[in-house]
Structure formats: structure tokens, C-alpha cells
Ligand binder design. Structure first.
Ligand SMILES: [Ca+2]
Length: 224
């Protein structure tokens, strides 16, 4: 990932375990180390249609305090249309749309470029946008996936990496703190050699039955 300018000061507090992780510095985007002292998997807080709770092995992590001191210029890396500048027939080019009811919205309230995307609230489902990559391309590699995100309520807007391992869907989720500012959500995951799914999914989703604003822009995926 190329950052032309970056300085992010961020305090991360993992939603589970209650311990803090501070990451500050020029040129770095704070990340969650998947091997850090996370006490165990966290269930999602609802029983979603698209993400059955019984299958979860993920760690649901919340950023609770973040300050972006300067603009960060993102390179989308492997993602297509990570800045949501390209739209066709009301849909963002390159992204698979699920459960939005066709109501994903192009907005000029952007972090980078002219446009960003806003996901609607759809009762009972998780509206999401997804880019899908072959497991053969990613297995055995560490990847980083993220976006600039804005939400006005803690826990309702998140990025997620999904694949299947040992018969279970593994999901790594990073959730926006809901402080109504643009926050960089960055997940780093080592994709195991022996994952069973043919694809790895990179997801931006909104939890159901939540009101208010959700914005995403400047999404990226890189093999580290
Ligand atoms: Ca944009």
C-alpha cells in the first residue's frame, strides 16, 4: 500500500478483553495483529441472514478512539474501484452487491476523489459490498484490507475478511467506532495455505436495524 503522506495517531481498544493497543507514527496505519492476545472468538451481536452466527470463528474488534491528523492518499492495490469513483447503472463498478435492496448510494461526501458509497439500512439483513479473490492467489500470503469509513454509531459499519478453514467460515472483522469522522479500518490477515474455500471475500458491511449515516471510501487490498 502506498501512502503519499500519512500520519495517523490511533488508540485501539479491542472490543474483547479490554486491553489497549496504541499505534502511532509517520507512514503507518494502525493494524490489528491477528496473533495478538485476543482472548477468544467473539460472536456477532445479531443473528444475520448472510452470516450465520453458528459458523463464526472471527474476532470482532472495535476502534474506539481515532484521530486522522492529515489526509492519507490511498492506493486501491488489488481492488477494483476502491475509491468508488466508477459507477454503472447506480452500482459501483467492481463490487458485488448483496442485500442492499438496490439502494447503495453514490455520495459526494467523499474522503478521496469525487465520490464515496453509503450503504442503506435494510431490516433484518446485512447490506454489504464484496470483492472476491481466488484462494490460489492468496493462500500462504499475508494480506491487508481496509478502507476509510465513517459512521455515527459504534458497531454498525465494518470491514471483514472471510474464508473457510477446518469446515468453518473464518471472519476477521474490524468495526467503526461511530464517532462520525473518517477512520481508517485496516485488517491484516495471514491467509492459511490449507483454506478450503475457493475464494476469499473482502467485505464492507452494515449491521441491520441501524439508523443514520455510513460512508466508505478509499478501500484497498494488498499482499504484503
Ligand atoms: Ca472516492
Amino acid at each position: 500500500m502506498d501512502f503519499v503522506r500519512s500520519c495517523v495517531v490511533m488508540t485501539l481498544i479491542l472490543a474483547l478483553g479490554g486491553f489497549g493497543l496504541t499505534a502511532c507514527g509517520q507512514g503507518d496505519v494502525p493494524t490489528i495483529d491477528p496473533d495478538s492476545e485476543i482472548p477468544g472468538p467473539a460472536p456477532l451481536d445479531e443473528d444475520p441472514i448472510e452470516m450465520p452466527e453458528s459458523a463464526t470463528t472471527d474476532e470482532d474488534i472495535a476502534l474506539v478512539e481515532t484521530e486522522v491528523e492529515e489526509d492519507i492518499l490511498w492506493d486501491s492495490g488489488l481492488l477494483q474501484n476502491g475509491s468508488f469513483e466508477e459507477w454503472t447503472n447506480g452500482h459501483p463498478v467492481g463490487w458485488e452487491i448483496r442485500a442492499t435492496g438496490g439502494n447503495e448510494i453514490r455520495t459526494t461526501n467523499s474522503h478521496q476523489g469525487d465520490y464515496a458509497i453509503s450503504l442503506p439500512d435494510v431490516a433484518g439483513v446485512y447490506p454489504m459490498i464484496v470483492q472476491i479473490f481466488s484462494s490460489d492467489t492468496l493462500r500462504g500470503h499475508e494480506v491487508e484490507f481496509g478502507a476509510m469509513m465513517l459512521a455515527d454509531e459504534n458497531g454498525k459499519f465494518a470491514v471483514q475478511i472471510r474464508y473457510t478453514l477446518d469446515g468453518e467460515e473464518v471472519r476477521r472483522t474490524l468495526t467503526h467506532p461511530g464517532n462520525s469522522i473518517w477512520v481508517p479500518l485496516n485488517t491484516k490477515v495471514e491467509i492459511p495455505e490449507d483454506i478450503e474455500s475457493e475464494h476469499v471475500e473482502f467485505v464492507i458491511f452494515r449491521r441491520p436495524n441501524t439508523e443514520g449515516l455510513t460512508l466508505a471510501d478509499s478501500a484497498y487490498l494488498n499482499i504484503i
